[in-house]
Ligand binder design. Structure first.
Ligand SMILES: *Cc1c(COP(=O)(O)O)cnc(C)c1O
Length: 364
């Protein structure tokens, strides 16, 4: 193992825990149980523990290997698989996940058979597509027929409820009308099944807006929440929610300065394409002081997703393993060996936590 300090991601666990408590308690007041979604930090068990401490009822991820890590780390809450299952992963879903979201009868049939083989009951939430056009039944009559077949024929499946996902592909908002439509569908299904459903799962972070507004329909009693807790950026930034009780600095990404030099701001020579095959445009601002950092797109994805904390520092560009800053107007004088801190967003969070090149340090 190479013993390298930077790039480093610092994760403040008490901030994360307080974020989780703030959101989960507000949901609890409305009778909503929360599945803590940890895929944003690549399922780090230390992060999942904060959701557990804050009262999450499930730990959820979209990736099986993360769920396995959580179980191996001693997380004992029921696990919820968020991504509807591949037929090929059914045995592992049954082995690792107590709950899953599902939308295809062939897969649910296979889950039933496998659960029987492994001597388990597997709980599912049947997904309805309410317009965001990712996973879920579009034809709601077909969905109700499917639910009836599951109840009648699938001994090892507990069909615990229905749910929907919005705001991921189609950018659809969980308006009161959308959620009422979901509740109406659940009630139609209950009529057909002759029993109550345990859960109506009304979405993810974007549905937290309805909780904060106090207009979430009463029968919505389950949410799957990641971003609002992990980062708490989307609701204040895109929808103007004032959430002064949330920590927006759970993460600090740090990189080390390799080189500081005055250089022209426009490349010198004949221009082709950059390291990733892109045609770039370079503004000529004359000679400027630049700092070169020892991390790059492999670590965080794209320069639009990292935000220097120091004033006057501008990210000019990056290749796989280098990032170039303009520090001409910075308040600090930088030299090789200095460390520069960045805020990150959801996009860069998923990259840096997935990158084995980034040292992760948990702060209690
Ligand atoms: C990722 C995911 C969530 C959580 O989304 P956030 O916006 O991070 O709260 C919920 N449900 C499903 C199906 C997901 O894939």
């Amino acid at each position: 193992m190479v013993n390298q300090v930077y790039p480093k991601l610092e994760v403040n666990l008490s901030y994360l825990r307080e974020n989780a408590q703030n959101v989960i308690s507000r949901c609890a007041e409305k009778g909503i149980d929360v599945a803590g979604v940890v895929k944003g930090t690549t399922g780090f068990p230390r992060c999942a523990e904060q959701f557990v401490a804050a009262g999450a009822k499930w730990i959820a991820s979209s990736r099986l290997e993360q769920i396995e890590d959580l179980i191996n780390a001693g997380i004992t809450l029921p696990t919820l698989m968020l991504r509807v299952s591949m037929l090929s992963e059914v045995p592992e879903v049954i082995r690792l996940c107590d709950w899953s979201l599902q939308s295809e009868m062939t897969v649910i049939q296979a889950l039933n058979e496998e659960a029987g083989k492994q001597g388990k009951t597997h709980h599912i939430i049947l997904m309805a597509d309410m317009g965001d056009l990712r996973e879920g039944f579009w034809d709601k009559d077909e969905m109700i027929r499917a639910a009836m077949t599951i109840d009648k024929e699938m001994e090892y499946i507990d069909q615990a409820g229905i749910g929907t996902n919005v705001g991921c592909y189609g950018s659809i908002l969980p308006t009161v009308e959308k959620l009422e439509e979901l509740v109406a569908l659940a009630e139609r299904m209950e009529e057909a099944l002759g029993r109550k459903l345990d859960y109506i799962s009304g979405g993810a972070t974007s549905t937290v807006m309805r909780v904060l507004d106090g207009n979430v329909p009463e029968r919505i009693n389950h949410l799957r929440i990641g971003e609002a807790i992990l980062l708490s950026v989307d609701l204040p930034l895109y929808y103007g929610y004032d959430m002064p009780y949330m920590h927006r600095d759970v993460y600090t990404l740090k990189a080390e300065v390799l080189e500081v030099k005055d250089k022209p701001s426009h490349p010198v020579g004949e221009i082709g394409v950059d390291a990733f095959g892109q045609k770039q445009v370079y503004e000529d601002r004359g000679i400027r002081k630049r700092a070169l950092l020892g991390f790059g797109k492999v670590d965080y994805g794209s320069i639009e997703e990292i935000f220097p904390r120091d004033k006057g520092v501008e990210v000019l560009g990056a290749s796989s393993d280098h990032t170039i800053l303009d520090v001409e107007d910075a308040e600090r004088e930088y030299k090789p060996g200095d460390v520069i801190a960045f805020d990150i967003n959801y996009a860069s969070l998923v990259y840096v936590t997935n990158c084995r090149n980034v040292n992760v340090e948990f702060i209690d």
